[in-house]
Design a protein around this ligand. Structure first.
Ligand code: DP6
Length: 401
């Protein structure tokens, strides 16, 4: 009958956001449980511009667990994917109090998972955080689990735990060896600072030399600066950053975000052998931001860089039009000039000659591929509309990204 059919195939679809850290996570004290050496803090970006969508399905007819990323089947045996699956199932079992209720989805059914991004993976925008946050959200929905989800997402990728919440989010390092207190907490919702905007400057697409996971492990093993940062610098900065956010103090927020990005990249240089994530163009953008701020006499824009050369730049809404024009003049688009600015609308601005003279020194044509305009946004969302499922009734992918 209908009841039995429902239990035979269950499906849930969620979306999850990207986040950008302003106090960086770099280094683990436990590589298996993914426990960090320091707490970190990030801003969740809006899913209208950057998001992952994931459908998870379970059926008694599935013969094995399977996973598709952007339409292509990949190995489901990845230890981090397996850890997320195992942990969600464990929480489901715990919630059911050990009894296998026939009305709930059987935990012995195999799962099919399909995931896709609404942005090019090749652009080097952090996709693993949104990816694991979305995997865990969809699985949790499938199995009816609600709590402790940031701890599960953390097992996929450290930074993924922060994508389980919207707005301004801290990941507390925790003290316990089992990681039960290493979780994400919201510092403020996305509505707290409505004027805050984010520009992602996507630079030409060279692949990053060393992945975060391997890079941070070498840093933990060799960098005395990283040890000092984790023990002394970050605890002070985290408290300051929370205060700046609570007070919506852009000067304080921006200064500290830039300093913390710079110190993270300094620990990469202090790693032996050293790791370089910033490119000449990244440094060019850093210098441009400082010239722009100096011209205005205060912090109007604040950059931050993760394990790659793309720049993420914070500013208030009233600065966007002018700064986008500064970027356009500094890095004149070579092709697709009409698609140079994407995301939220940007108005036109005429730059005063004085500003151009002081800020736009030696333009580099074509260096910035495009600018994505976005803002802080909410955490993972449930997709109610069944037509949005990425898997069909047969449990196989329905369409390509
Ligand atoms: C530079 O979360 O990608 O983006 O835990 O090994 O998966 P794993 O690393 P990951 O590292 C992110 C590092 C960073 C800083 C940050 O997001 O805090």
């Amino acid at each position: 009958g209908a009841m039995a059919a429902e239990r035979a195939l269950a499906m849930a679809t969620c979306t999850a956001p990207v986040n950008i850290a302003v106090i960086k996570y770099w280094g683990k004290r436990d590589t298996d449980l993914i426990l960090p050496i320091n707490s970190s803090l990030s801003v969740t970006l809006h899913q209208d511009q950057l998001k992952t969508t994931t459908t998870a399905a379970a059926s008694r007819d599935f013969t094995e667990d399977r996973l598709w990323l952007n339409g292509a089947e990949v190995d489901v045996g990845h230890p981090r994917v397996q850890a997320c699956l195992r942990e969600v199932r464990r929480l489901a079992r715990k919630r059911r109090g050990g009894s296998e209720d026939t009305a709930t989805l059987s935990l012995s059914y195999k799962v099919h998972v399909a995931s896709e991004n609404n942005f090019p993976t090749a652009a080097g925008l952090a996709s693993s955080a949104a990816g694991y946050a979305c995997l865990v959200s969809a699985l949790a929905r499938l199995y009816g689990v609600e709590d402790e989800l940031s701890e599960v997402a953390r097992r996929g990728s450290g930074s993924a735990c922060r994508s389980m919440l919207g707005g301004f989010v801290q990941w507390q390092r925790g003290e316990r060896p089992d990681g039960t207190d290493s979780l994400a907490q919201q510092v403020a919702p996305e509505t707290h600072w409505p004027e805050l905007r984010v520009l992602v400057l996507v630079v030409s697409g060279e692949k990053k030399p060393v992945g975060s996971t391997a890079g941070m492990q070498t840093s933990v093993e060799t960098s005395p600066l990283l040890k000092h940062r984790a023990e002394v610098v970050v605890p002070e900065r985290l408290a300051q950053m929370i205060r700046h956010i609570q007070e919506r103090d852009f000067e304080g927020f921006g200064q500290l975000a830039m300093r913390d990005s710079n110190q993270f990249h300094a620990t990469c240089l202090d790693t032996f052998p050293p790791i370089f994530y910033l490119s000449d163009l990244s440094r060019h953008i850093i210098a441009l931001a400082h010239r722009y701020n100096a011209h205005h006499g205060h912090t109007k824009v604040a950059y931050t860089f993760d394990a790659g050369p793309n720049a993420v730049i914070f500013m208030l809404a009233d600065t966007v039009d002018e700064f986008v024009e500064v970027v356009r003049s500094s890095f004149p688009p070579s092709t697709n000039g009409d698609q140079f600015v994407r995301g939220l609308p940007v108005g036109s601005a005429v730059l005063p000659q004085e500003l151009v003279g002081a800020v736009v020194t030696e333009p580099v044509p074509g260096a910035v591929q495009y600018i994505l305009h976005t803002k802080p946004g909410p955490g993972p969302q449930l997709v109610d509309d069944p037509s949005q499922h990425l898997l069909g009734a047969d449990g196989l992918p329905r369409r390509r990204a």
